[in-house]
Design a protein around this ligand. Structure first.
Ligand SMILES: [Zn+2]
Length: 94
């Protein structure tokens, strides 16, 4: 997850023409999504690493957020948990 460098709000993925951008819903800051950005975004591998360290989720939850962002965060966490369960099942088969 990425945050606005200006106001520290959460950046929301959005479409701009045929490009994908990350947009700040608070101040309108936009960041183009490049391959580099994409790989820096949350991936399954990153989630697995977070599970090992156990710090990333609580660190992001401490960020000051609006109710709108809280809803998004809840979705994000739900998604994270689902991915964690998947990862767990996969590693148990090992
Ligand atoms: Zn902003």
């Amino acid at each position: 997850m990425r945050f606005c460098p200006r106001c520290k709000s959460m950046l929301i993925p959005a479409k701009k023409g045929n490009k994908q951008v990350l947009r700040c819903s608070r101040c309108g800051y936009e960041e183009e999504v490049t391959e580099q950005t994409r790989s820096g975004y949350v991936t399954r591998r990153e989630i697995a690493e977070e599970k090992h360290t156990g710090v990333a989720i609580s660190r992001e939850a401490e960020h000051t957020i609006t109710s709108e962002e809280r809803e998004l965060l809840e979705d994000y966490h739900k998604q994270l948990l689902e991915n964690l369960y998947e990862t767990e099942r996969e590693s148990e088969e090992d």
